[in-house]
Design a protein around this ligand. Structure first.
Ligand code: PMP
Length: 436
């Protein structure tokens, strides 16, 4: 249907800063590492869509798989029956994860994956006769989507303000002791691992017997590329083990190659009990998410009915045939083109390139890991205004970046060539130099 003249008339973006009336910025097409806007301009994709298009845009293999699947079997109910898709996809995914993270539950988004992981954690304790373990622990500046669970354990104040209080008994680990010593952003100092000890404080306060799970992003993405201090995740794991608390990694951003390994759990060498993923699982083409659970968790969950506990959880579209087909084709591309290794081998070029922005006006911190970088700008009088100005100017000059407040987040498709990195840095440099 044709584009309405008043873009704000009918579509409701919910979030106020997404009104399009003042200046529509609309994409019409995408191929490889570029978007084309409705007014015909080419834009370099510095954010892999929204951290999801890891294999680049317009992949014919995925398009063909989706087309073939819709023709052959468009949908099948998965409650009392099924179809082969999720069985073979789960098998393949389980082999990509370390340890016994070998059971897979399918969802349709990152938010659903997070809420599912939290529910599995609560159910796990319940079926084992530890129903008093209901408390959930997130981290300040964590982002876990927009479901009731996700906003509750998430650490973004505006998201929590209205709805986050709907889930009782949620605590948050600190992100830093103070801004001068920001362990998550400045050079990963060893002392930063002590931040994990705050978990012991929460355990002392509430008693371990009330705590179900801790959820963290191994590397927080959308709140500004926050890289954990060395030893932080190991320490969290050890404290969780000591007290029988489950550890959940939200790998919605870090999964599928972003850090140069299949998943962050591999990169950091820390095995969580549950992993939530989405985005890159289908290269951003068809909505899909998944939760990976360790053997013991799966067993407890599945034996609920024997212990008199009936559980119900599942979505109409869990393991949707078309999403499974898109995911299989996506995994084929990741494998055939060795894209996770590619991300790893590009990461030193990337590191050098992003750190060349040091010294430019307003830049106060630069951090990077795998094919991700955060470039933090000094806030002007109105926090976030400078970041927004940067995003808009970049877009007008043909570069898509993502900003969170005054932090620019960069996460290009893993098929980026070094000349794309050069171009991105060149464009960003000229924007930063001209930024008021
Ligand atoms: N967790 C993390 C770490 C995310 O970055 C996101 C989305 N940016 C989500 C969860 C929510 O995913 P979705 O928007 O697909 O619901």
């Amino acid at each position: 249907s044709p584009l309405p003249t008043d873009l704000d008339a009918f579509w409701m973006p919910f979030t106020a800063n997404r009104q399009f009336k003042a200046k529509p910025r609309l994409m019409a097409a995408a191929k490889g590492v570029h978007y084309t806007t409705v007014d015909g301009r080419e834009v370099l994709d510095g954010t892999a869509g929204l951290w999801c298009v890891n294999a680049g845009h317009g992949r014919e293999k995925i398009a063909a798989a989706v087309h073939a699947q819709v023709s052959q079997l468009d949908f099948a109910p998965t409650f009392q029956m099924g179809h082969p898709g999720p069985f073979s996809l789960a098998d393949r995914l389980a082999k990509m994860l370390p340890g016994d993270l070998n059971h897979v539950f399918f969802t349709n988004s990152g938010s659903e994956s997070v809420d599912t992981a939290l529910k599995i954690a609560l159910a796990y304790h319940r079926v084992r006769g530890e129903g008093s373990r209901t408390r959930l622990i997130g981290r300040e500046r964590g982002y876990h989507g927009v479901g009731f669970g996700g906003i509750s354990v998430g650490g973004i104040a505006p998201n929590r303000k209205f709805f986050g209080s709907m889930i009782p008994g949620v605590d948050h680990l600190p992100h830093t002791h103070n801004l001068e010593h920001n362990a998550f952003t400045r050079g990963q100092p060893e002392w930063g691992a002590h931040l994990a000890d705050e978990l012991e404080r929460i355990v002392t306060l509430h008693d371990a017997s009330t705590i179900a799970a801790v959820i963290v992003e191994p590397m927080a993405g959308s709140t500004g590329v926050l890289i954990p201090p060395k030893g932080y995740l190991e320490r969290l794991r050890a404290i969780c083990d000591k007290h029988g608390i489950l550890l959940i990694f939200d790998e919605v951003i870090t999964g599928f190659g972003r850090l140069g390994s299949s998943f962050a759990t591999e990169h950091f060498g820390v095995l969580p009990d549950l992993v939530a993923v989405a985005k890159g699982i289908t290269n951003g083409t068809i909505p899909m998410g998944a939760v990976f659970a360790r053997q013991g968790i799966h067993d407890a969950f599945m034996h609920g009915p024997e212990n008199g506990i009936e559980l119900f959880h599942g979505y109409t579209y869990s393991g949707h045939p078309v999403a499974c087909a898109a995911a299989e084709a996506t995994l084929d591309i990741y494998e055939e083109e060795g894209l996770f290794d590619r991300a790893r081998s590009l990461s030193s070029y990337w590191e050098k390139a992003v750190h060349s922005l040091q010294g430019l006006p307003h830049v106060i911190d630069i951090r990077n890991l795998g094919l991700v970088a955060g470039v933090e700008l000094a806030a002007s009088e109105q926090p976030g205004a400078r970041g927004y100005e940067c995003l808009v100017t970049c877009f007008e000059q043909g570069l898509l970046v993502r900003t969170t407040g005054d932090i620019i987040a960069l996460s290009p498709p893993l098929i980026f060539e070094t000349h794309h990195i050069d171009q991105l840095i060149e464009q960003l440099t000229s924007v930063l130099k001209a930024l008021p």
